[in-house]
Design a protein around this ligand. Sequence first.
Ligand code: NAD
Length: 480
Amino acid sequence: MEKILNYIDGAFEAPCSDQYLDNYDPSIGKVYSLIPDSDERDVNKAVDAATRAFVTWSTLPAQERSNILQKLADLIDRDLDKLALAESIDNGKPVSLARRLDIPRASANIRFFATAILHTSTETHITDTEAINYTTHAPIGVAGCISPWNLPLYLFTWKIAPALAAGCTVVGKPSELTPMTAFLFSKLCVEAGLPKGVLNIVHGLGAKAGQAIAEHPGVAAISFTGGTVTGKKIAATAAPMFKKLSLELGGKNPNIIFADCDFENAVTTSIQSSFANQGEICLCGSRIFVERPLYEKFVDAFVKKAKALVLGDPLLNETNLGALVSAAHKQKVMSYIQLAKQEGGKILTGGNEVKPTGRCAEGYFIEPTIITGLNEHCRTNQEEIFGPVVTIMPFDTEAEAIALANSTPYGLSATLWTENLKRAHRVSAAVKSGILWVNCWLFRDLRTPFGGMKQSGVGREGGWHALKFFLEVKNICIKL
Ligand code: NAD
């Protein structure tokens, strides 16, 4: 069985423990590869290598760093099919989605930051005739980049690309549930000529390898994407050490649909925002609020379209929904469907596990599930489920829609559907979330700030926000 290896100081290494964890293909429910069970010894080696490499990488001309990173992006494009297949097998997502979204975005992330770094500038402040101040931005040091399982290579590269472009060296840890594409990526780093130690990838459990990265005094900044509970733990460890922290956490995103919307577009895109990637995207809209005059028409059309989605083997091109990432996650999602019933919810469609015939009979599949009849305060509408489960609720006024949207501890993203421009501005301003999409969903321009309010995170990524996170600002004042 294939053994994934750590990538430390430019070499592929077994973990110090010599122990491995099972890595499952969730579409068939079977172990198909092994992943290093790394601990603080591996992290120490990785931080040492990154610290040594920082001396040269941080002083290399930006154009040279950019050239190497752009070569890496080209290699991802070259290996699109291979990486998409690996992502699908590791995560359970449809291979068509990985080919269309995950892998192209991974190379776009790298290319974006590799070129952005060539366009930086600094500020100068002249204090009358007395002094001139200029501001420099220097890479902060070794960065810890920790990423989740839902968009594995997409989010891993989203973290490491700005760090490497800025001149930091990195100790990265992909999710233990989906390590494969980061492993394949480490091989591309060697092929692209990335100097040894610039990027180090330590595989393993969050509580062991991840925690060791957060705790290591040689790591100056932590960029983390994952669950809110984990974010709290990382903040509790890293904040007293005065590490810089970027936390991209969970969501319970509202999708507000006004009666004057472009109906077809609203329904079709809401199907995407509810069930793409099995609902396992932090930006999925899991609470749909529909203005009452449109409510029944929307629910009917939405249920009809959800029933038409093809669930099953992720390797088939016609599949819309693949497998959930793990047996444990499938159980978690099913427990929320049970809870919704106990809370008085009515399941309009879905609600069941599925055992497809053939190859995927033992995989972790759940039908797209639509629930009505719940109020906004119940646990089903307050807690992140992170699966193919949405609730729909009616509303009567704009003020009520805003109050419903803001009724959770989360504030990552929101979607609005209306043809009324003034209302779009008003509601966008009032909804407490870091990202607002009006008449669209998951439309991403990588220059824009990305991140959450409230318990959805701290800080913003994207564009200059991401680059600046990895840069230490210094003001130099010269008396004239
Ligand atoms: P998770 O928090 O369980 O794990 C994320 C990563 O953190 C993994 O690599 C894990 O090994 C590591 N980790 C776990 N415990 C750790 C610890 N104590 N110290 C250091 N690292 C640790 O999240 P997940 O289940 O992999 O991902 C799903 C969550 O991620 C959802 O809540 C989702 O909303 C969120 N997410 C957020 C965004 C965003 O941009 N805001 C994007 C994608 C996913």
